[in-house]
Design a binder for this molecule. Structure first.
Ligand code: HEC
Length: 158
């Protein structure tokens, strides 16, 4: 029998599918991968170290601006300047890079989701998303998370 927790997760998954639009229900390869990542996150299948994390750094101008520099060095080539997944390397990839400007508005965009995704990358989903867990420090990953949450307009001050 389904537990309440499982039911809750199934409804969350349906909500995300609805929010991302019907084209995201496996109609093309690039979008179906996101459902895989969301499902794995919602089923809590990632390692225990990622459970219930919250960003330990304040969302200060300094942290956001470090996050911006790191994003430009490590992520922009795939996820694009405005985070919408159209970086020059990203355009050649299938599955294509996620639209982070959109992702950050979804209920799934928790600190745990970002930290786990950025640390472990896309290997379990056969995607080109690199695992940054060994390349960046925890602090750097949290700074990038603040930058994403600030909405990609930080430079413009909006
Ligand atoms: C080589 C290209 C590439 C680079 C560089 C890259 N990514 Fe990705 N990223 C991807 C692809 C492809 C996906 C979609 C497949 C997946 O989720 O694994 C993705 C997915 C994601 C997701 C999941 C979002 C969602 O809605 O599913 C996040 C968060 C993310 N990337 C953040 C980052 C951050 C932050 C950086 C820099 C530290 C980065 N990526 C660098 C290719 C890249």
């Amino acid at each position: 029998m389904l537990s309440l927790r499982a039911l809750y997760k199934v409804s969350l998954l349906l909500l995300v599918m609805a929010a991302t639009g019907c084209s995201h229900i496996g109609i093309n390869e690039s979008s179906s991968i996101f459902i895989g990542r969301y499902a794995e996150y919602m089923w809590g299948d990632m390692a225990d170290q990622y459970a219930d994390l919250s960003n330990p750094l304040p969302a200060s101008a300094v942290n956001i601006s470090y996050g911006e520099k790191l994003y430009q060095m490590q992520c922009l080539t795939c996820h694009g300047k405005a985070g919408d997944g159209d970086g020059s390397t990203g355009k050649q990839l299938l599955p294509s890079p996620a639209n982070l400007a959109f992702t950050r508005r979804l209920p799934i965009a928790t600190d745990t989701f970002f930290f786990w995704t950025i640390s472990e990358g896309g290997k379990p989903f056969d995607s080109a998303m690199p695992a940054f867990g060994k390349r960046l420090s925890d602090k750097e990953i949290w700074q990038i998370t603040h930058y994403i949450n600030a909405g990609f307009n930080f430079e413009k001050g909006t």
